[in-house]
Design a protein around this ligand. Structure first.
Ligand SMILES: Nc1nc2c(ncn2[C@@H]2O[C@H](COP(=O)(O)OP(=O)(O)OP(=O)(O)O)[C@@H](O)[C@H]2O)c(=O)[nH]1
Ligand SMILES: [Mg+2]
Length: 288
């Protein structure tokens, strides 16, 4: 079984590395093992990749909040030619915060998955210690980033999780809660991984983790993209930490969630599952 660790608020603090309970590991025969273990420095170099489509108002207020976390934080906006002018707002932010905000303009809406892949490639060029991903719509609280970065210092991926103890969602109607919950449980059952929140999009990767993944192979979008990236880290033998977050429904702008994205995720997990048939699984308990 893959290695994953749930860290509750009580167990984890900013001043000490997260205390992991136990983990189970799985080595993927055909992939590199991920072994990033460097501790987080006091001022880590973190590039936060933010994909945007029609997030004008949200982006204006979000970017300064991220940059306030410390001089090591940088933002990379990936905008798909938003009709509401988000791209121009991003350019203005880049002018206001020189050297700390970059914008990747893409010609048209190609989905969150391809936007992240393009963003990850561009972020890797800057050689940060960590690469984070988060939504532009304030559903993810930037103040959670330092905790996630700290955990990423001792793991191969840190996930902001709504479904571990201490995590929650706020403001979502019942049907959104059901889609998220049932979708996550479905993916978890198909892939047989012990991750409570497989569909979440608030993550911090140590640079080496992203550099080890073959980004060309990742073609899914939306929920599927989030499931696939976490699953690939696990399959490569990576250690994944889940930290509780409070996810708040977007206050401005419109959701891009569609039936197509949900259906794509439901079929994509089967493709992932069959992809792994040639791999050996090593299941053993270990303590960090
Ligand atoms: N560049 C780019 N960004 C996108 C695209 N689709 C969504 N995004 C962004 O990806 C992030 C997540 O999309 P959301 O619409 O918030 O999707 P969601 O979080 O699943 O849905 P809600 O909870 O309803 O907001 C947001 O910052 C979007 O603006 C896209 O095609 N291209
Ligand atoms: Mg959102």
């Amino acid at each position: 079984m893959p290695c994953s660790i749930a860290i509750t608020r009580r167990e984890q603090s900013d001043s000490s590395p997260p205390q992991a309970a136990t983990c189970r590991q799985w080595r993927g025969a055909g992939e590199h093992r991920l072994t990033s273990v460097s501790p987080s420095p006091a001022d880590p170099r973190v590039t936060v990749v933010i994909p945007t489509f029609n997030e004008r108002e949200n982006l204006i207020s979000l970017v300064p909040k991220v940059l306030r976390l410390g001089p090591g934080y940088r933002v990379l906006v990936v905008d798909d030619n938003s009709p509401d002018g988000t791209g121009e707002v991003a350019d203005q932010l880049a002018a206001d915060f020189p050297g700390r905000v970059r914008v990747l303009h893409r010609p048209d809406k190609q989905g969150i998955g391809p936007a992240y892949i393009a963003g990850f490639r561009a972020a890797l060029e800057d050689d940060p210690a960590y690469i984070a991903e988060m939504d532009a719509d304030h559903s993810h609280d930037p103040d959670d980033l330092p905790r996630l970065v700290l955990a990423a210092g001792t793991h191969d991926l840190a996930l902001g999780s709504r479904y571990v103890r201490g995590g929650s969602t706020r403001g979502w109607p019942l049907h959104r809660r059901l889609i998220s919950r049932l979708g996550g449980l479905y993916a978890r059952a198909v892939l047989r991984v012990p991750i409570a929140d497989l569909t979440g999009g608030f993550k911090v990767f140590p640079r080496d983790t992203l550099a080890s993944l073959n980004l060309d192979d990742i073609r899914s979008d939306g929920y599927g993209f989030q499931i696939e990236t976490t699953y690939r880290v696990l399959r490569a033998g990576g250690r994944v930490a889940e930290l509780p977050i409070v996810f708040t429904d977007r206050v401005a702008g419109a959701s891009k969630l569609s039936r197509r994205i949900v259906l794509e995720a439901m079929t994509m997990v089967w493709r992932l599952r069959f992809e792994r048939t040639s791999e050996h699984r090593i299941g053993h308990a270990c303590n960090r």
